[in-house]
Design a protein around this ligand. Structure first.
Ligand code: HEM
Length: 378
């Protein structure tokens, strides 16, 4: 969108400056007639024309399509033109100098471009691939974490229908956002060479709109997920021990935990709460949905960089979460799909929670409208 905005802006500005500067009317080529051309191949060489150096941008476009040197010369000389940018930036084509983290001291647009293309894209992309590779390696060496004991057939309600609806609404929105976001960020480098400009253009356009729609759905469902699961994610005795021993993931002896273990709590507070807050807030800024904010180009550039870093970290965290929630751990996905886990699963993975249920401190069945099924007795 920024590219389209910038292109439209340059076009409008170029036309306006040339009209402003010319004493005689020059007819600009109709939009549909614009063609790309290698200016070095236009014969005879247009620079031989008399008055070449004095040509307006409109005149230059006729003899050397795509050569905007006269316009840029005027920009450099401080000629005031018309821009479609909102105040207070109207008429200000080039942003003031700034140094964003990782960029040189240069004008805002270029500084943002440097951060995006020299840091976010190469290092962000590499980090995603490294973590994906590490998860694949772990799965290859360790395989699915299986139950040690036999299932008893006695089922414990792990998630109510409401909890599952909130979770899946959020997870679906997250997946749409992740896929569309990755195409927006990396598609030009990875997909466009394969698909070609037209197909990639349509794909990026469709996914950019999907991203804008899924964003608010993610924000709302995130608030509901937070409110639904916050109580059982509060820090508890034993969490530190769990973290220090890595949950027993490598030793094979899982450390006892309550309904959610310390690893899940880290994902909850770091991924859902903190990164969720940053991702949603910066996304809403880019959607221009925060009232009273001055939407300058620098606002968008900063929001974009914050959004990119936070979403990247969030994706890294949730890659681990999705792995354990699907192929990484037997029975976990079943719990989030049906709402129920076997007694053996509860005992092996969340023993303190299981003990509370056995002792009657937590009901084995919270949703009173659900059909009765064999469960553990307090
Ligand atoms: C395709 C994507 C996802 C899959 C397959 C998935 C799978 C699961 C599963 C199986 C559980 C149950 C774990 C257990 O019983 O302990 C779970 C819990 C949970 N998930 Fe997801 N999930 C996904 C995406 C997300 C996203 C995007 C979020 C939030 C941004 C999220 C937040 C949670 C929360 C808060 C819990 C409760 C446990 C906790 O508080 O950590 N999930 N998920």
């Amino acid at each position: 969108m920024k590219k389209a905005l910038a292109a439209a802006f340059v076009l409008v500005w170029a036309c306006a400056v040339s009209v402003h500067a010319q004493s005689q009317a020059v007819t600009a080529p109709a939009m549909g007639a614009v063609q790309s051309q290698n200016i070095n191949e236009v014969k005879p060489e247009a620079s031989q024309d008399s008055g070449y150096a004095q040509q307006s941008n409109g005149e230059r476009m006729k003899v050397q399509p795509g050569n905007n040197a006269p316009m840029w010369r005027q920009v450099g000389a401080g000629v005031t033109g018309y821009s479609s940018l909102p105040n207070p930036e109207a008429g200000n084509l080039i942003q003031p100098f700034v140094q964003y983290p990782g960029s040189r001291l240069t004008n805002g647009g270029e500084a943002w471009r440097q951060v995006r293309n020299q840091w976010l894209i190469p290092y962000g992309g590499s980090l995603l691939l490294i973590v994906l590779g590490a998860i694949a390696l772990f799965y290859w060496r360790k395989g699915t974490m299986r139950l040690h004991g036999q299932p008893t057939g006695r089922m414990i309600e792990r998630f109510t229908a409401f909890e599952r609806s909130a979770h899946w609404a959020n997870a679906i929105a997250f997946c749409v956002l992740a896929v569309s976001g990755l195409v927006i960020a990396f598609g030009k480098f990875l997909l466009e060479p394969v698909l070609g400009g037209t197909l990639f253009g349509w794909l990026a356009y469709a996914l950019k709109n999907a991203h804008n729609f899924a964003g608010p759905m993610f924000a709302v469902s995130l608030v509901i997920v937070f409110a639904t699961f916050v109580r059982d994610n509060l820090p508890a005795k034993g969490d530190l021990n769990w973290l220090l021993k890595g949950g027993g993931l490598l030793s094979g002896h899982e450390i006892k935990s309550g309904r959610f273990n310390a690893g899940e709590k880290v994902v909850f507070w770091g991924g859902v709460f903190l990164l969720g807050l940053i991702v949603v807030a910066s996304g809403l800024v880019m959607d221009k949905l925060i009232p009273g904010l001055l939407y300058e180009r620098s606002t968008m550039q900063i929001a974009h960089m914050v959004h990119a870093v936070a979403t990247l970290l969030m994706m890294l965290m949730f890659m681990g979460h999705i792995y354990l929630g699907t192929i990484g751990m037997e029975g976990a996905y079943q719990g989030m799909k049906t709402g129920y886990v076997d007694e053996t699963w509860a005992k092996e993975h969340h023993e303190l929670w299981y003990d509370d249920i056995k002792a009657g401190r937590i009901p084995a069945q919270r949703d009173k409208t659900a059909p009765a099924r064999p469960t553990v007795q307090a």
